[in-house]
Write a protein that binds this ligand. Structure first.
Ligand SMILES: NC(=O)c1ccc[n+]([C@@H]2O[C@H](COP(=O)([O-])OP(=O)(O)OC[C@H]3O[C@@H](n4cnc5c(N)ncnc54)[C@H](OP(=O)(O)O)[C@@H]3O)[C@@H](O)[C@H]2O)c1
Length: 340
């Protein structure tokens, strides 16, 4: 039987937490590459929290996915046919081709990756966009120095695990925050953080006081909400808050009143403490720096200073459920889908 393309489309815009019915799974013919294009077969699809934003038509830094269009996402895969110079069948590539098995891609949207350097799926995690995010955000905003205390939320996740380990390489005391004892044990025992606090317990503020006796110099913000409210008052003078994401708020309707949004901190001390709070989007400045990042990260991996955990879901058809689980903390490590 001839192979088909499997695609996952956005059927409707979710209200609150996405539901499986917000997606539609279709089989279509395998596309033919036009002149100048490359036909790529996805082996792994990355599932990332930013995709919740693309499902909404609220004003943002990036355009929403149109209703009926293929969900946006990065994949790592191999070239099946090429009508573009510099690419040949069998090349392994990284790029954004969406939640689908096959896609025709312009070469400027592809990075060749060497599968001998590291398993292909890592190009979506520790060696991909999440790792690059951690590296860029700490270099540009967090700027952790030896002896400082760095706190990282969603510490067992794709970005958090890398951010914390870079903090250790820079000589910081690194304290993670994660959901539940299994994730916390992984963060300290496998990743080597100095401590990890469970945000499901009702005493996060007291746990922070015990784990950060000298206060907090850098906070890597992945979640927002009550976790942010507990960390914020403990920032030291000249502290930095790297505003990477606030996943706890992604299912709150834009413009929701205080009752609809999780409680946040009182920002009064920003001036008195001369805090730096800066948001960033990795795609603004990250991708031109990808080769330098990849070189450094591969070096750390070879030296045994950078570890990672992936949560691999089998089968593209399971992507919607897995993505919904990501927004509920059900993933444990970088979430990727093994497409076939
Ligand atoms: N600025 C950028 O360019 C950029 C790029 C990539 C990612 N990001 C952001 O970075 C953050 C982490 O992304 P990731 O890819 O590394 O995801 P991830 O950490 O692998 O997965 C998401 C994790 O967030 C935690 N979480 C989910 N809902 C939560 C809630 N209501 N309260 C507290 N924690 C919750 C869960 O971990 P626990 O079970 O441990 O709570 C969940 O496993 C996200 O906010 C994402 O949007 C930003």
């Amino acid at each position: 039987m001839a192979e088909t393309n499997l695609q996952i489309l956005l059927r409707r815009r979710p209200q609150g937490m996405p539901a499986p019915d917000d997606f539609e799974i279709v089989e279509t013919p395998v596309p033919e590459p036009a002149e100048g294009e490359v036909l790529v077969r996805a082996r792994y699809l990355s599932l990332d929290p930013y995709m919740r934003g693309r499902m909404s038509d609220a004003k943002s830094y990036a355009k929403p996915v149109e209703l009926g269009a293929v969900m946006e996402g990065q994949t790592a895969g191999e070239v099946v046919a090429s009508r573009a110079p510099g690419f040949a069948p069998g090349d392994t590539v990284l790029g954004g081709y969406g939640w689908q098995r096959f896609s025709c891609v312009r070469p400027e949207r592809l990075f060749k990756v060497d599968p001998q350097e590291a398993p292909l799926s890592t190009s979506l995690g520790v060696l991909g966009m999440p790792g690059l995010t951690a590296w860029v955000g700490l270099e540009d905003i967090g700027q952790p120095k030896a002896g400082e205390t760095l706190v990282v939320s969603a510490a067992s996740g794709a970005v958090g695990q890398v951010a914390g380990q870079i903090g250790k390489i820079r000589g910081c005391r690194v304290v993670g925050i994660a959901g539940g004892p299994r994730k916390c044990a992984f963060v300290t025992q496998e990743l080597g953080f100095d401590a990890c606090l469970d945000h499901h317990a009702d005493d996060l503020a007291a746990q922070l006081d015990r784990a950060c006796p000298d206060g907090i110099d850098v906070y890597w913000e992945n979640v927002g909400g009550p976790v942010q409210a507990a960390v914020f008052p403990r920032l030291n003078d000249f502290g930095r808050m790297v505003m990477c994401g606030m996943i706890a708020q992604y299912n709150v309707a834009p413009g929701a009143d205080a009752a609809g949004a999780p409680p946040g901190p009182n920002l009064g001390p920003v001036v008195r403490k001369r805090l730096r709070i800066q948001g960033f989007i990795v795609s603004d400045t990250g991708w031109p720096r990808y080769p330098a990042f990849r070189r450094q990260m591969l070096g750390w991996i070879r030296e045994g200073r950078m570890k990672w955990r992936e949560d691999v879901v089998q089968g593209l058809r399971n992507a919607p459920e897995a993505f919904i689980g990501l927004l509920q903390g059900r993933n444990f490590g970088k979430l990727v889908v093994a497409v076939d």
